[in-house]
Design a protein around this ligand. Structure first.
Ligand SMILES: Nc1ncnc2c1ncn2[C@@H]1O[C@H](COP(=O)(O)OP(=O)(O)OP(=O)(O)O)[C@@H](O)[C@H]1O
Ligand SMILES: [Mg+2]
Length: 253
């Protein structure tokens, strides 16, 4: 069964894109067929995988805006077992056009139906904020994974996502959407508030067992044009992403 996860948090810079990239690559390394979908106008995921968001001809923009666009025409394959629907800079206008021209927000969902025959896991990277592009991602997915830094704002962010999920379930036609969990990122075990915040989060939603530590190798890797899994495979950050991939794989038995 294909599992479609959307990674979202209204807060920016919490590790959404880093998690899509490294979780995706770690799952692919374990032999899973993985599709990454970039619906962020910043197109960081696309750039990190070596594609120029200014030069992409067919991107998630086409899937969001037009009916009947086949997946295959937009697919790139940057690594073995790892495919990408790239983002492009025109996604910035998609957010406006989708609303202004009253396009259905379900086109991405319809396009991703095709992915069920081709992939085991689909990871959708959303922009910060819970805007219309994020909602299109929520409509296309079964589960929301929330990367979050364990500070005092994390609780507010998770509550906001719970509200959006409730609305998407009840009013927008994705009744089975669930929150599969919060993933603690930039985790610093020395910060006394971090484990306390995790406990508070656990009272609201599931919290994944794996935590992603703050690790400078993760921040360094893009500067070397690499994933942390390749750049520093023995680093705590790379180990954490491999552990996360094992945890996510285990959900499917
Ligand atoms: N665990 C970590 N330790 C150290 N640096 C990290 C870690 N996770 C991510 N980073 C770095 O932090 C920055 C923000 O991460 P990332 O782009 O993944 O966040 P994001 O939530 O996708 O941001 P945005 O909301 O802008 O899309 C990047 O420079 C990334 O390399
Ligand atoms: Mg991002």
């Amino acid at each position: 069964m294909t599992r479609i996860l959307v990674l979202a948090n209204q807060k920016g810079g919490v590790g959404k894109t880093t998690t899509v990239l490294n979780l995706g690559a770690a799952l692919a390394g374990q032999g899973r067929r993985v599709l990454l979908v970039d619906i962020d106008p910043q197109a960081s995921l696309t750039a990190l995988l070596g594609f120029d968001p200014y030069k992409i001809e067919r991107s998630s923009y086409s899937l969001l805006m037009f009916d009947g666009m086949g997946l295959a025409r937009a697919l790139k394959t940057p690594r073995a077992n790892l495919a990408l629907i790239p983002g492009s800079v025109d996604l910035a206008t998609a957010a406006i056009r989708l609303v202004q021209e009253r396009h259905p927000l379900t086109r991405l969902r319809d396009a991703l139906r095709e992915s069920r025959m081709l992939f085991d896991t689909v990871l959708i990277d959303t922009p910060p904020g819970l805007n219309v592009l994020a909602v299109a991602g929520f409509l296309a997915a079964e589960s929301v994974l929330i990367p979050a830094q364990c500070d005092h704002l994390a609780i507010l962010g998770v509550r906001a996502i719970q509200d959006v999920v409730a609305r998407v379930r009840d009013g927008l036609g994705n009744p089975d959407l669930n929150i599969c969990g919060v993933l603690a990122t930039f985790f610093d075990p020395q910060a006394v508030y971090a484990p306390k915040t995790l406990d508070e989060l656990r009272a609201l939603v599931p919290v994944l067992e794996t935590v992603i530590p703050y690790d400078v190798h993760i921040a360094d890797a893009p500067h070397q044009g690499k994933l942390v899994l390749d750049y520093a495979p023995d680093s705590p950050g790379a180990a954490a992403y491999r552990k996360l991939a094992a945890e996510v794989s285990a959900w499917d038995g």
